[in-house]
Design a protein around this ligand. Sequence first.
Ligand code: C5P
Length: 214
Amino acid sequence: MISALIPAAGSGERLGMGAKALLELNGRTLLERSIDAFLGIADEIIVALPEAHLTMPFKHARVVAGGTTRQTSVQNLLEAAQGDVVLIHDAARPFLPKAVIQRVLEGVATHGAATAALPMADTLVVEANEQWQSLLDRVHIRAIQTPQGFRRDLLLNAHHQAQLEQVAATDDAGLIARLGLPVALCLGDERLFKVTRAGDWALATAFAAVWDEG
Ligand code: C5P
């Protein structure tokens, strides 16, 4: 059984437009777009929302309360999940191709943990004092996206360890990797960009109509 877990309890501080997951793009919220991507793939879909929105009804998803950090929101989602496999996907990434979800599920089947990851197009350097310090070999660099998939027991244990050791992480695959366990890197997608700042919002607004036509 597969559970899709969607942390959507952020305040959208950097965007400054209120709860980001509940903003509409071409008539559908970021959150609805993420939920729809999992229809036909996940056996259950659970979303974590801010306290103020817990009574919001969804046709295809259950709601749990989010926490003060993304990590605690994911913990709440994990406690509510029943699947032996869990897929975690940030509502802040509204354009999610089903092919990426399938690739991540294949990675979970072989490695127990997997994440969408994207090769970089730009030249990448390490900076110090606003000067070019050294070049990174971009062939071996990946930008990590969501969805990320896990055997639920593995991720529960990783979160438990992180809590005990007071480790904070911006994603879940990082909590697995820090334990020395394998994380498969599956090809992500340019369209899976994260809506974080005003420029991302402008891009998402313009792109939504194109996505909806396709
Ligand atoms: O803040 P950031 O953009 O990294 O958040 C990534 C995802 O985690 C977003 O979908 C956001 O709604 C969610 N989140 C959450 N609970 C929090 C903070 C963020 O569910 N306390």
